[in-house]
Design a binder for this molecule. Sequence first.
Ligand SMILES: *Cc1c(COP(=O)(O)O)cnc(C)c1O
Length: 433
Amino acid sequence: MADTPFTPPDWLRQGFDHIWLPYTQMQDAALPAPIARTEGCRLIMADGRELVDGVASWWTAAHGYNHPHIRQAVQQQLETMPHVMFGGLAHEPAYRLATRLAALTPGDLTRVFFSESGSVSVEIAMKMAVQYWINKGERGHSRFVSFTGGYHGDTFATMSVCDPEEGMHSLFAGLLAEQILTDLPTSEAARQAFDDLLAARKGDIAAVVTEPLVQGAGGMLFHSAETLRFIRETCDRHGVLLIVDEIFTGFGRTGSLFACDQAGIVPDIMTLSKALTGGTLPLAATIARQHVFDAFLSDSASTALMHGPTYMGNAMGCAAANAALDLFEQDPPGPRADRIATQLVAELEPARHLPGVRDVRVLGAIGVIELDPHSDHDWMKAEFIRRGVWVRPYNYIIYTTPPLVISPEELSTLTTAMVDVVRLWGGKTQQEG
Ligand SMILES: *Cc1c(COP(=O)(O)O)cnc(C)c1O
């Protein structure tokens, strides 16, 4: 275990015997960094030190932390009405948000179903797709096609559309629905294979599921708008539904409001979460096109969508999301992501020729340094904290997905630390090797 670059407060030492951390081997888990408060693009540690946040809290805090406009909206909603059930009752924040999302998302994506987490919104999208075919009287469409490197959540149905390697979901293989996994159609051979697959299996496929332009949790792997367009066209050609998971890419991360906008495509179902509330409250949305929604209309209750999370359309979450959308309206995220991209390219490029570096890549407000395989994550994390930044090494990449409002100075602090730590690590690895 790396030496800890901070003195743990009492609550951390005591609570550490009772907490179970995400994606962590607890036997030798390093203490997480104790954070007392947040401000702008900074995390303030319990000992008062400040870290420039390179991750935006798993890609959620697009507007930075404690933004006064979002804070005020949530505070006001808390005082008026924190939450009421969505079955039989209605409230303005959710209905206004649905109207706005329908207007912002591409094409006739016009029906919004709310839930409280990204994984659940994908589960709902999958359920919609299966029931769509049942409602149309076309039996047997129960399988999903997804792509290597993809990630769509940690619940059981979503595990069955993730890359089994990335999510360690292979442990549960026997319990999951049959997985139809294929490579993204980025080459001529892969395009042919994808086309053949849909031709052969279209009778039992409910939908294709993909992340658009970036496979985030799979390692920040980029593909072109052309590839995304090919996926849409191939689904159309074979009459297969397309679910596009914009949970990571939505709200400006790739340089347009939605990644789909860059390809000019309209998925049949889209999922949104992460930056939806600007990193304040858990909220997700599954948005369907008119023809998908229409398949649920009939004189019988049996064709209705039988789903309804307890905290569905949480009023504070919707108030936060409406406020976050106000901010995007005032200051469109695209140009911000483009400015960040230009700076990331200039400042990460020097890492390309350092020892142990395999690739440097940038798309929108996503900057990645990919390294040779290693197990120095804890060491790197400690080095980053010493340099006053929060960067979380992941698999073999070091990446930043900063808040879109990050200043050029703060961004330089991040990129300088990233290049420095990679240089130090490369030197250390060479010596050890
Ligand atoms: C984070 C993520 C999810 C899962 O969202 P949770 O809120 O963690 O359940 C699904 N799909 C993509 C693309 C994501 O990035």
